[in-house]
Ligand binder design. Sequence first.
Ligand code: XUL
Ligand code: CO
Length: 443
Amino acid sequence: MAEFFADVSPIRFEGPDTDSELAYRVYDPDRVVLGKRMEDQLRIAVCYWHSFAWPGSDIFGAGTFDRPWNDEGRDPIDAAKQKADAAFEFISKLGVPYFCFHDVDLSPQGDTFAETRANLEQMVDYAADHMKATGTKLLWGTANVFSHPRFAAGASTNPDPEVFAYAAAQVKNAIDATHRLGGENYVLWGGREGYETLLNTRMGQESDQFARFLHMVVDYKKSIGFEGTLLIEPKPQEPTKHQYDYDCATVHGFLERYDLVGELFVNIEVNHATLSGHSFHHEVAYSVDNGIFGSIDANRGDPQNGWDTDQFPNSVEEMSLAMYEIMRAGGFTTGGFNFDTKLRRQSMARDDLFHGHIGGIDTLAQSLLVAERLIEDGTLEAARNERYAGWSGVLGEEIMGGTVDLPALEKRVTAGDIDPEPVSGRQEQLENLINRTLWRTVE
Ligand code: XUL
Ligand code: CO
């Protein structure tokens, strides 16, 4: 099989002093951090769609990338196989353990649904052979129920139940493919599950449909013995003007409302967090604190514009704060860091894909070291513990235990037994601690 990335040798850890651009300076898979190998803490995945299916097009211009499997007139299965060959060559040279895919990334659409399904089955077998040969594992699979015109008005939230049924059929097959490839999670991103205008939309009805769909997914997962975690990926808008899975808190409320807590968790994407007006740190902290954290789509936005630019992560500060929340809670279970990242349209050399991933992976590795240092130092946790110490005292326990009511508290305040003094939140001091740790964590 001809190599697609013939000029690139497998990427190795060479340490911070290496002169090589195609080497890891920090990501050392075997280094033990917080009790686990770095590779097992970070659980890094390459995404099939941006890295291999997307041609480098934007809404104003055609594809710029050298991706011969996208050329006109190719036999679709041959092209899909060449794409898979290049993808698995890339993943194994990069030396990361996982990949993620949508059904349509892996295999071409046929003229009928039955043909599309047969194509998927054939390409899943092909991917399985590559996975075996390279030792690559599947972090998650998903279905693209947002690109085809039939989904323009939504998939499960479509006003037409036939579209719901079509999406259900497609998702069922994508879950089967994920199960067959040993996927550790299955993701649902609702790119069209929202509205363009309220003038034609029944939000309550669409919500009920979406919940019904998710219950069907949960039931199916259980019926086939798929043990992977189901994940919802929040995003506030784009492509639709408003998406129902707006952010982690909105998804959490939805799960509570429809009795789905414990069945679905969140896949948090950095650039989706910032699009929703939050920080990535906020979204991770919210989901960890509320028991819905699942996995991460690692990338970054551009603060100069307000859309989903999906750039490679390069801010150790941004990543470290989120990494701290993930690691202090014990790290990933089935989740990991999927590189839902796109090269810039001008990055058309074959090795650009390596440079993007190497920088992003070193950023994650460095952030993990910062998180380790913050956890081992313990100052941040101690400051939080001290701030909430009153809640472990008598008054705190009475309030939370429900043994006092408003009149009882009013009586004590009136008697002068309760007279709180404001306490410093120590924000600047804690910010300095973070900076000191970022500056010191170099080796
Ligand atoms: C879109 C996005 C998707 C999901 C999977 O913004 O992030 O690629 O990750 O459908
Ligand atoms: Co994503």
